[in-house]
Design a binder for this molecule. Sequence first.
Ligand SMILES: [Fe+2]
Ligand SMILES: [Fe+2]
Length: 262
Amino acid sequence: MFRILFLGDIVGRPGREAVRQFLPILRKEFDLDFVVANVENATHGKGLSKSHYNALNDMGINVMTLGNHYAAQAELKQYISNTLKVLRPANLKTPYPGIGTSVFSLNNRSIRITSLLGQAFMHEEVDNPFDTLENIVHSLAPTDIHLVDFHAETTGEKMALAYAFDGKITALVGTHTHIQTADERILPLGTGYVTDLGMCGPYDSVLGVKKEIIIQRLWKQTKLKHEVDLGENALLNGLIFELNDQHKITSLQRLYRVVKWR
Ligand SMILES: [Fe+2]
Ligand SMILES: [Fe+2]
């Protein structure tokens, strides 16, 4: 029996601080063996700088996945190839350094983590995520565990990909919307699923951004720059997988906490 925590998009300083302060507590409480986090918003809401990569690495996050904001911090291009722990989306059409799927080790087990971008209502040019995942599942060496982060906007696209690969991957978690969905379940052939993990970031905000800015943009069409909200409350969202020694998911537990980060 072992447990994996997958954290939703870490947003800005409130997200990083909440994880830094509370991950050790969660680790004890749930007896966690492995931690994966989506970090596409970790640096000021967009991308991942080298120093924030180092900070998250020091917190003991085993693997970090990205999303549509993967390229927002230009320096990622320089360091991603030397940083095996950070995965950018696997189905990018434009050439970009780094990789989108990789195998790690978890107490003598092999665990593959894959990052994919969706196609519906997303702006990036990507290869069809169904084809990309099929290639990964069929052409690469099989592993004991395979977790997929599907960074996508629509609920239907996420469900469809999970059902298409039910029994072929250990779990598929949705990210990107920053709003946690309450539909975690084990699909008929054993794959764990949730439509969206939610985020680790500012609680009194619109998806992590200062609410006043978003209200102005949507109501008055004022073009204001997005700023991460720095209010004292932060969300900690994720999903905890419990797996048996045959690497099958036996239970899923949704993590939804509001904490004070300062
Ligand atoms: Fe995000
Ligand atoms: Fe995103």
